[in-house]
Design a binder for this molecule. Structure first.
Ligand code: DX5
Ligand code: ZN
Length: 225
């Protein structure tokens, strides 16, 4: 039997006027990690939060904080997050300039890891998963986006789902079973059955719009209602 998924509520769909309470509520309801979307209004057409709010979150919650960095040229910004008590920083492959892309990404991942933070690599739905094959030995987590990044509450793109099992299998073959595969976008009670190769389910709208966070998280953990 498959072990339960880890569940990471995405605070993008939380009530920001009560963010501390929302975070404590999902923690009590069984969340395993907290997913924090940082957007710059350029890589994606939306703006969200930065270091001050992340610092506040780390004070109210003992959950590991995963930072999903949706910003162009993340090298400009990653060090800004280094002393925030966070667990992981995930950068987007597409956010790095084309010239010497693999070398630049590798350097960024190593810089993150040198600061005792787990390093992740994210892919937009249209980016072929094979593009990260040369970089697998430098990462701690993969984030497969199943919606176009930028907004919560969108529908999962079915064509992006096959990448989850492909990357999981590739990691297994390379002896990298410790690299966790995260899935982000449109994850809910209806789509969870499609995501069986994933390790971590990120979910915003489904959890924070549910009238019972514990029930929502438990549906995702077990993959069934
Ligand atoms: C979208 C974000 C997601 C988003 C997921 O760009 O990366 O983390 O909050 O939200 P749902 O689960 O509502 O699709
Ligand atoms: Zn995200």
């Amino acid at each position: 039997m498959k072990k339960p998924y880890l569940v990471a509520p995405s605070i993008l769909s939380a009530d920001f006027s009560r963010l501390g309470e929302e975070v404590k509520a999902v923690e009590t309801a069984g969340a395993d990690r907290l997913h924090v979307d940082v957007m710059d209004g350029h890589f994606v057409p939306n703006l969200t939060i930065g270091r001050p709010i992340i610092d506040s979150l780390s004070k109210v919650s003992s959950l590991p904080l995963d930072i999903h960095l949706m910003v162009n040229e993340p090298a400009r910004m990653i060090s800004y997050f280094f002393s925030s008590g966070i667990d992981s920083i995930t950068i987007h492959l597409e956010a790095v300039e084309e010239s010497h892309k693999d070398r630049t990404v590798k350097n960024l991942l190593e810089t993150i890891q040198k600061n005792n933070i787990l390093a992740g690599l994210a892919l937009k739905p249209k980016t072929p998963v094979e593009k990260i094959f040369p970089l697998l030995s430098y990462i701690d987590l993969v984030l497969i986006m199943t919606v176009e990044p930028g907004f919560g509450g969108q529908s999962l793109i079915p064509q992006s789902v096959s990448k989850i099992s492909i990357i999981k299998e590739k990691l297994r073959k390379q002896g990298l079973d410790n690299v966790l595969v995260h899935v982000d976008g449109g994850v809910n009670d209806k789509t969870v059955s499609l995501l069986s190769s994933a390790d971590v389910l990120i979910s915003g709208h489904f959890i924070f719009k549910h009238n019972n966070y514990k029930e929502a998280i438990s549906i995702l953990k077990t993959g069934s209602i």
